[in-house]
Design a protein around this ligand. Structure first.
Ligand code: ADP
Length: 389
């Protein structure tokens, strides 16, 4: 377990515990939703492989740590759970009761690795914190109202209908949080800003948002579609999957592993961490250069598509680990677009963006920004708004 604790903040009331349960990990953060002040945060990894057999044990560990840091569990006003898939059911944060939990479990067919872990986290938190409100915040919710034209796969509609096969989108909490910060930064009503948000972390996704409503996003039925990511391929010809099976005899689990864990930057150059890719490029590594070029090419393709879909764009924003910290990707993604009112000022773009930062020149038609995302804070605020805590 790795964690950081600020014990000075532990005695006040009204903190929200945010839990993000992955298939083999539990990320936690205890924070104050009003100020964003973090009391304690950390991650327990390799659940199931180590002396932490399940999420229940993991959360008990977390609470033990709270106790030894002098944090009273009664200071937890509510628990916010990041839930990956809300399907066609959940379009907003939802107070969890037995029915909601059952529905999240039912949606596991759409997210077989993620929703069961989320369910486990919710069950344990309800057991260990009885009487404390639990809220589910869905990664798909922000994209619930995508226009049908953007959400529909052009496949047999009866099959799609029967099995709920459509584009759902993910990273929604981040896209919503960041796009709201953008409107705030620009001093304009959220409902009037047209924007493109580029969430470039280990996973990566782009969204087009018209007047506060997402009209397109790059992830689809699963988080595999769209941009080139750390270890995921993003868009490929679906015929490639058939070919891997028919011509190479690869089974579905093998193909899953190939596309989700052995592709993207790692597949192309052996590294998925962007800093390592940069290091390799600087050392003259041709595979890393190609990996970067493919990454940028895909990113620009989506930017181009969303410029056309939106027609008028007020802001383009970079966020998450790569987007906030790598000036090179920001410059390359938008190079040569001056005729569209889009430019990046080299001096403003020079560093990491620890706070919302304008990187376009004064007077540019389109504001180009780097804005730190904070999914935990967004979840904590949604949680406290719904809970009685
Ligand atoms: P996730 O939440 O999807 O795991 P993050 O948003 O934390 O991902 O982003 C992780 C990515 O950000 C990694 O590829 C990492 O290399 C990259 N990153 C972090 N810091 C920097 C930096 N200073 N320069 C370039 N890339 C960075």
């Amino acid at each position: 377990m790795t964690g950081t604790t600020d014990t000075t903040a532990g005695s006040r009331g009204g903190a929200v515990l945010v839990l993000n349960s992955g298939s083999s990990s539990l990320k936690y953060q205890l924070l104050y939703p009003d100020t964003g002040e973090v009391v304690v945060s950390g991650i327990i990894e390799r659940i199931g492989e180590t002396d932490v057999p399940d999420h229940g044990t993991a959360l008990r560990r977390v609470f033990d740590e709270f106790a030894s840091a002098g944090i009273d569990l009664s200071s937890i006003a509510a628990v916010g759970h990041r839930v990956v898939h809300g399907g066609r059911t959940f379009h907003e944060p939802t107070l969890i009761d037995d029915d909601v939990l059952a529905e999240i479990r039912r949606l596991s067919s759409l997210a077989p690795l993620h929703n069961p872990a989320n369910v486990a986290g919710i069950e344990v938190a309800r057991e260990l914190l009885p009487g404390v409100d639990q809220v589910a915040v869905f990664d798909t919710a922000f994209f619930f109202h995508l226009p049908d034209a953007a959400a529909t796969y052009a496949i047999d509609s009866a099959v799609a209908e029967q099995h709920a096969l459509r584009r759902y989108g993910f990273h929604g909490t981040s896209h919503r949080y960041v796009s709201e910060r953008v409107a705030e930064f620009l001093g304009r009503p959220y409902s009037e800003v047209n924007q493109i948000v580029l969430h470039l972390g280990n996973g990566a996704s782009a969204s087009a948002i018209r007047g506060g409503r997402a009209i397109d996003t790059s992830m689809g039925l699963t988080p595999l579609e769209g941009l080139v990511m750390g270890t995921r391929s993003g868009d490929i010809d679906p015929g490639l999957v058939l070919h891997l099976n028919r011509a190479l005899g690869m089974g579905v689990d093998e193909i899953d592993d190939l596309l989700n864990r052995r592709s993207g930057l790692r597949g192309l150059c052996g590294e998925n961490d962007f800093r390592s890719v940069r290091g390799l490029i600087d050392a003259g590594d041709a595979a890393a250069r190609l990996a970067y070029d493919v990454y940028v090419h895909r990113l620009r393709r989506y930017i181009g598509a969303y410029l056309v879909e939106l027609g008028r764009v007020d802001a383009i924003t970079f966020t998450a680990g790569v987007g906030e910290n790598d000036p090179g990707i920001r410059a390359d993604a938008l190079a040569g677009l001056e005729r569209f009112g889009i430019a990046v000022d080299p001096e403003r773009n020079a560093g990491r963006a620890a706070v919302p930062t304008r990187i376009s020149p004064d007077g540019a038609e389109v504001a180009v920004l780097a804005v730190p995302t904070n999914e935990e804070l967004a979840i904590a605020r949604d949680t406290i708004a719904l809970s009685g805590g």
